[in-house]
Write a protein that binds this ligand. Structure first.
Ligand code: FES
Ligand SMILES: [Fe+2]
Length: 357
């Protein structure tokens, strides 16, 4: 890896949790674009450029404000509707034809607000990848978001190789078996999905699972990763007492299932929004288990953040084209890089270039 990886455009990205966006002006930078989010009076999330067309004042900045379904710029009062079109300017009745904020397609799904970065006419809602556990009545979810002062690719690398749990997260989710057990990697190039699995049949139970499930003794521990580049990462985790496996019909009464979801959203070329969620199908009404998993997972995420922030600083001081040394555990991460590079190139092609290709 060298230089700053270019953004993958023409893709859906998680911009926020739905609960973060309400009747207050909310801004977040995604793939280098400053975007303003708010909810209309009917409850629809809307997204537009966070820069007034007049003198570039940020519309998220006080004293800009929402009035009904319009945003009034706090500097000189240019007023915009939910579609970004300017509906009023001060001192004249004629509104310049070009007075319009770039608007962004948004979809609210699985508790996330997704935003389309790229050519608007290519935004296809059916392409939003799913994480249905997050607002399913059959699961209880704890979640958060941590700012990362590192490029998103470092987080992709980190999440696709969980052997680091044995070192960076020793004592909470890491046990020696995670690093010792080989992985299998499968890449679906056509769909652009990377699968990495590690099945441990007789492993120490880390405190993360011992305290949340109540299992005493050793466990079967499965980690099945499904990465849907660029933004959505799923870790299907199953733990059960040693010797218990799902039945042929798929039922798994002795298994405890945790769906760990990350949304990896680039903020700038060297910073990332690190959304994380942990959904479980056991102890669903137990607040203590929720508190414990929220605290533990946040601690784990912050350990990654600290390590990746340090790596980003190293990269900033190294000359271009330095060498890494990759081994088996990196297979998934390398496949992800390949797919992301391909996607970044495709997203940069103009429609005209594509047509003539
Ligand atoms: S900068 Fe917004 S109205 Fe002047
Ligand atoms: Fe980690």
């Amino acid at each position: 890896m060298s230089g700053v990886h270019s953004f993958v455009r023409n893709q859906w990205y998680v911009a926020a949790y739905g609960r973060e966006v309400g009747r207050e002006l909310f801004d977040r930078t995604i793939c280098g674009e400053s975007i303003l989010f708010w909810r209309t009076e009917a409850g629809e999330v809307t997204a537009m450029a966070d820069r007034c067309v007049h003198r570039r004042f940020p519309l998220s900045e006080s004293p800009s404000r929402l009035v009904g379904d319009t945003v009034v710029c706090g500097y000189h009062g240019f007023t915009y509707g939910a579609d970004g079109a300017c509906v009023a300017v001060p001192g004249q009745t004629r509104i310049p034809r070009t007075a319009r904020l770039t608007s962004y397609p948004v979809v609210e799904r699985d508790s996330f607000v997704w935003v389309w970065i790229g050519e608007k006419d290519q935004a296809d809602e059916t392409l939003v990848p799913r994480a249905p556990w997050l607002d399913s009545p059959d699961y209880t979810t704890v979640c958060g978001m941590e700012p990362l002062a590192a490029r998103y690719m470092l987080l992709v690398d980190n999440l696709l190789d969980l052997s680091h749990e044995a070192y960076l997260h020793a004592g909470s989710i890491g046990t020696p078996e995670v690093a010792q057990t080989p992985i299998t990697t499968e890449v679906d190039d056509e769909a652009g999905v990377v699968y990495v699995s590690r099945h441990m049949d007789d492993a120490e139970c880390p405190s993360f699972y011992a305290r949340s499930t109540g299992i005493e003794g050793r466990i079967v521990r499965w980690q099945d990763i499904e990465y849907r580049p660029p933004c959505l990462y799923l870790l299907h985790s199953r733990v059960a007492p040693v010797g218990s496996y799902p039945a042929e019909d798929g039922s798994d009464p002795e298994g405890f299932h945790v769906e760990v979801v990350y949304a990896i959203t680039p903020e700038t070329g060297t910073s990332t929004h690190d959304f994380w969620a942990v959904a479980r199908d056991f102890a669903r009404d137990d607040e203590e288990v929720s508190d414990f998993l929220r605290e533990s997972n946040r601690t784990v995420v912050l350990q990654d953040v600290e390590a990746l922030d340090a790596l980003e600083k190293v990269i900033a001081t190294e000359p271009e084209g330095y060498q890494e040394l990759s081994i088996n555990i990196d297979t998934g991460g390398l496949a992800a890089r390949r797919i992301l590079t391909r996607m970044a190139q495709a997203g940069q092609e103009t429609p005209a270039a594509k047509a003539s290709a």
